[in-house]
Write a protein that binds this ligand. Structure first.
Ligand code: ZN
Length: 472
């Protein structure tokens, strides 16, 4: 009798539930990386009622599971669902998604690319869940991003979504303008304030600034615009996320009010004053390590997609990344150059990582809040499973598995405001029941973070194999 019960329980994890009900995940090891103590509890039970966690028990304080559907998690590991804090749903991850960087519009018109992206959104959402990612922050895109948020937040097989609207930028990108541009050049503080007011009508989760610096656009010329944007946003209780990849740009951004830096500093090692600034201001930094290799590797035909990306990424998107399929005469200069000298492209990536990985370790050791993020949607950075390449790179930087998991759960949840921010990224009573259940221990090896048995989103349990088949 006992044997039969155990068998029935262990099989029950494979049965999909189609709506939230009362479930009890029993006998598993609970890993809650954001906790200051008891981060790991063996023999735990996590109770789910509807879309919320209704109780957490351990062998010392057992709880009643009466009335719950029992899911036996013996030998498994229960974590908060992962959060990717830097993606762009207006970009596919394919080769035709950034005509401002490589113009291949003669091969695939940009209008077709955007139409395909919109049509594919349910598929893209499901690939996040398949990767154990139950919440995502879209840090910038056209105004239709707000529609994407609405769709995601009312779709079962989709991550929770926070969004920024169009980027307030120091430079223009007319190639991306189909009437609702993702990047808007702002020339003075008053324009910035006006644009923030327009954005505020859509209730953005963040306001995003694209602080691009070059000879024509030095750091100081855009500073007043960053300040005005931050003031106007903060007055409306909206936080500001800034793309700033050089040390002096990042420093200026934080001094002028940035709440989040959405990339690593890649031009030089961070100094003590910068570290102190981030700590004093409680700035969150999202490293996006994976994106720094993917443009260069794609163009040089040296793409290193992980097994997870190959398995769970969109195959049609991945197929576009083979630059050798593009007729020679259609190849933009940038790809031609990379193909002619792939070693130079790889050397540039290495140089970037030498700085970025070291900076990540410095900031982590200093106690700066690091939130995991990928910049998925950019060329070669695959929506969903790119996060596991990000984990590998964070490990190379010297972060422990627990630190990496904390970056992808409790820290990442800080990007969300309100009810979602208060109740995701951790496993406490009344939190949203967003969980990932693993077959092997991620604390032994962060590679196990992708050994996913099942995902719980909003209280609904989805076995991983049923999330793999995505209908079009
Ligand atoms: Zn980005």
């Amino acid at each position: 009798m006992k044997v039969r019960t155990v068998l029935a329980l262990s099989l029950s994890i494979f049965a999909a539930t189609t709506h939230a009900e009362k479930i009890a995940l029993v006998n598993g090891t609970l890993i809650d990386p954001g906790k200051s103590q008891d981060q790991v509890i063996g023999g735990a039970a996590v109770l789910v009622d509807g879309d919320r966690i209704s109780g957490i028990c351990n062998p010392d304080t057992p709880c009643s599971v009466a009335g719950h559907k029992i899911i036996d998690c013996k030998g498994k590991f229960i974590l908060p669902g992962y959060i990717d804090t830097h993606v762009h749903f207006f970009q596919s991850g394919g080769l035709f998604t950034r005509p401002d960087i490589v113009d291949l519009t003669k091969v695939r018109p940009y209008g077709d690319e955007i139409a395909g992206i919109k049509k594919n959104l349910p598929d893209t959402f499901a690939r996040y869940l398949r990767s154990g990612i139950t919440s995502v922050v879209d840090v910038g895109g056209p105004f239709w991003n707000f529609e994407v948020r609405k769709i995601a937040n009312s779709t079962a097989k989709a991550p929770r979504l926070a969004v920024a609207g169009p980027l307030i930028s120091s430079v223009s990108r007319p190639q991306l303008d189909l009437g609702d541009p993702p990047i808007v050049k702002i020339d003075n503080p008053e324009q910035a304030r006006e644009f923030v007011r327009k954005l505020a009508e859509q209730k953005p989760d963040l306001v995003k600034i694209w602080y691009i610096v070059n000879d024509e656009h030095p750091v100081d010329s855009f500073r007043p615009i960053v300040r005005a944007t931050a003031e106007e946003s903060h007055a409306r209780k909206i936080r500001v996320a800034v793309h700033a990849t050089e040390l002096e740009t990042a420093r200026a951004a934080v001094e002028e009010g940035a709440d989040v830096l959405v990339h690593s500093v890649i031009d030089k090692e961070v100094d003590d004053a910068f570290v102190k600034l981030l700590k004093d201001r409680h700035t969150i930094l999202c490293p996006t390590l994976v994106v720094f290799e993917r443009y260069g590797r794609t163009f040089a035909n040296k793409l290193n997609l992980t097994p997870e990306e190959k398995a769970w990424g969109n195959p049609e998107v991945i197929a576009t990344l083979d630059v050798t399929k593009i007729p020679q005469e259609q190849l933009p200069e940038r790809i031609r150059t990379a193909l002619a000298n792939p070693d130079a492209a790889l050397a540039r990536i290495k140089k970037t990582y030498d700085v970025a990985l070291k900076n990540l370790k410095t900031l982590e050791d200093a106690g700066v809040t690091i939130a995991a993020g990928t910049d998925a949607g950019n060329i070669g950075t695959i929506h969903g499973p790119a996060l596991f390449r990000e984990f590998q790179l964070m490990k190379e930087a010297g972060l422990t598995p627990m630190q990496i998991l904390q970056c992808a759960t409790a820290n990442a949840a800080k990007l969300f405001g309100g009810e979602t921010g208060a109740h995701t990224g951790k496993i406490d009573k009344n939190d949203f029941a967003d969980l990932v259940i693993l077959n092997s221990n991620p604390l032994n090896d962060i590679a196990h973070a992708s050994d996913i048995d099942a995902v719980v989103k909003n209280g609904v349990l989805c076995p991983a194999d049923q999330l793999a088949a995505v209908s079009h």
